[in-house]
Ligand binder design. Structure first.
Ligand code: DLZ
Ligand code: SF4
Length: 513
């Protein structure tokens, strides 16, 4: 009889919580040991929102329990264990010693920092591609190869063709690939809008909430009223709830912002997708069924599917294609500090206040609040993109670097020089006024372009375009903006720039704006 084979260590990270993750699929229940750990290195690389930490820990603990029920042997180290471990490599080294093991099977983490830390361990590491995505990384690289620029829209069309989602033969259903034109309406308060499904914390989650409260109450973000799904079954319920109640009206108002209604018809499933509680292709197919059955209109379903099949897959491809240096990019050379208002400090700007207050409460803001309020303002105000990146990575429950960095540094801050977006997403206050009810209650006047009470977005929009003229004037998508600026009278322009300078100086001095 041959000696039993040595166990291998199967690493499962806090955002790899599915039996379909590559490392588990490659492992042998009868032989191998799953390693999971709550560690300070992961809780502290940015000051995560307490609700995000609680969500991840609760989902990790419940997933570990499910694995054990399913016959796996799991070595789980809690943050408050008697013999805690400080980092993922340390957890693996401790497990290697205890189990007399030297081989590790891991699924590639979603962050270069952790990939490199694993590669540096003195253990025999097999790192498998994370195949929980619709588009394999090699497929993305082949698509990107030789292209002068990468545009999500073209990638998305290929993904539609390859998956057959919303296709009639080789034509897009409805004759168009993209129905965003119908999806730019402002929203009105609606008592019957349901919002996402909420779950009362179970015993495992309550224990985590106590721990997080004890250890992380100093972090930005409220832990009160925790309602996220924390296992796959609950996440499925949250999805089903959205498909019935949210999806039909999702499209029309997907870009709208309303004080007091943080969710509108948004799905709030990004966090579940990103930790593995939901599968992206299954989610797209479920949404497509709602269209086929006549329960949701095409503009909603196409817009929703594009976020997952197009945008989410695209940014993941970009993150891994661009390599570890991506997060340090700053092509516009912006160097200001993130205003204290982003961490809950005072501000007179109603839109910024609302987006940050909601983030503080929910660890969530929707794409337009992120892109056109907090992102737009940071870009206009000349903030160092690395600080903006760390803020988004910390405060949103759905934020992991592979998805957050291309969205923040690329799409929102243009720090990558146009890999992700073809132009910077900047706007004056008029856009926010059109899409929200924020301006009505603001100390600033959105109609004022300069002078007393002028909306900071109005001043800084032109200031930004002017200070980056050399880079952007030749951009075909921005020429119109420069022509408009050039037609304004010189005295007006000079005053706008002077007041913009003064505003930036006040921000730099840490004054409340
Ligand atoms: C975000 C996070 C946090 C806060 N804590 C842990 C943890 O204690 N243990 C763990 O395995 N994963 C955690 N994560 C998720 C990781 O940071 C994530 O896997 C990497 O950033 C790669 O996406
Ligand atoms: Fe925001 Fe300007 Fe509107 Fe105030 S007036 S809410 S600062 S856009």
């Amino acid at each position: 009889m041959s000696a039993p084979q040595k166990p291998r260590l199967v690493l499962v990270l806090g955002d790899q919580l599915t039996p379909n993750v590559a490392a588990l699929k490659a492992a042998d229940k009868a032989r191998d040991v799953v390693v999971m750990a709550e560690v300070a290195a992961e809780t502290d690389y940015v000051p995560h929102h307490p609700k995000k930490i609680a969500f991840i820990f609760a989902a990790m603990r419940k997933f570990a329990e499910a694995l054990e029920k399913d016959g796996w042997r799991v070595r789980y180290t809690a943050l408050d264990a008697d013999d805690p471990v400080a980092s993922i490599p340390e957890a693996l080294l401790a497990a290697a010693q205890a189990e007399s093991a030297s081989a590790v099977i891991a699924t590639r983490p979603g962050e270069w920092r952790l990939i490199e830390a694993l590669q540096e361990m003195p253990l025999d590491l097999q790192m498998l591609e994370d195949d929980r995505f619709i588009c394999a990384q090699s497929r993305f690289a082949a698509w990107a190869d030789g292209r002068k620029s990468l545009r999500m829209e073209y990638f998305y069309r290929e993904m539609r063709r390859e998956t057959g989602l919303l296709m009639e033969g080789d034509k897009p259903v409805g004759g168009k690939w993209n129905f965003d034109h119908d999806n730019r309406k402002p929203a009105k308060p609606d008592m019957f809008r349901q919002g996402p499904k909420r779950f009362a914390p179970d015993a495992a989650t309550r224990a985590v909430l106590d721990l997080v409260n004890e250890r992380f109450s100093g972090n930005f973000g409220s832990l009160e009223d925790f309602w996220f799904a924390t296992d796959a079954q609950q996440a499925e319920e949250a999805l089903a709830h959205f498909l019935t109640h949210g999806l039909p009206g999702f499209g029309e108002t997907q870009d709208a912002m309303l004080t007091g209604d943080p969710f509108l018809n948004h799905a709030m499933i990004g966090l579940y997708l990103n930790v593995g509680l939901l599968d992206p292709l299954a989610v797209c197919r479920a949404a497509e069924r709602e269209y086929s059955a006549g329960r949701a209109p095409l503009n909603s379903v196409e817009g929703f599917i594009r976020q997952i099949l197009g945008w989410r897959e695209f940014v993941r491809g970009v993150y891994f294609l661009e390599g570890p240096g991506y997060v340090a990019r700053n092509v516009l050379g912006q160097g200001g500090d993130l205003p204290a208002a982003y961490w809950g400090g005072e501000t007179q700007m109603a839109c910024l206040k609302a987006a940050v207050a909601q983030t503080e409460r929910e660890a969530y803001a929707h794409h337009i609040q992120r892109l056109m309020v907090t992102g737009n303002f940071a870009l206009l105000a000349g903030v160092d993109p690395a600080q903006v990146h760390e803020w988004y990575l910390a405060v949103y429950a759905d934020a992991f670097e592979w998805v957050e960095a291309p969205n923040t540094l690329g799409m929102s801050q243009f720090a990558d020089g146009g890999v992700v977006g073809s132009k910077p997403y900047v706007s004056s206050g008029a856009y926010i006024d059109r899409m929200s009810d924020y301006c009505k209650g603001c100390a600033y006047d959105v109609k004022a372009k300069k002078g007393e009470g002028a909306c900071p977005f109005n001043l800084l929009y032109w200031h930004f375009l002017n200070r980056h003229r050399e880079r952007f004037a030749g951009n075909p998508r921005m020429g119109q903006m420069y022509r408009t600026w050039d037609r304004m009278d010189d005295a007006h322009c000079a005053q706008v720039l002077e007041e913009g300078d003064a505003l930036l100086a006040r921000l730099a001095a840490g004054e409340v704006v």
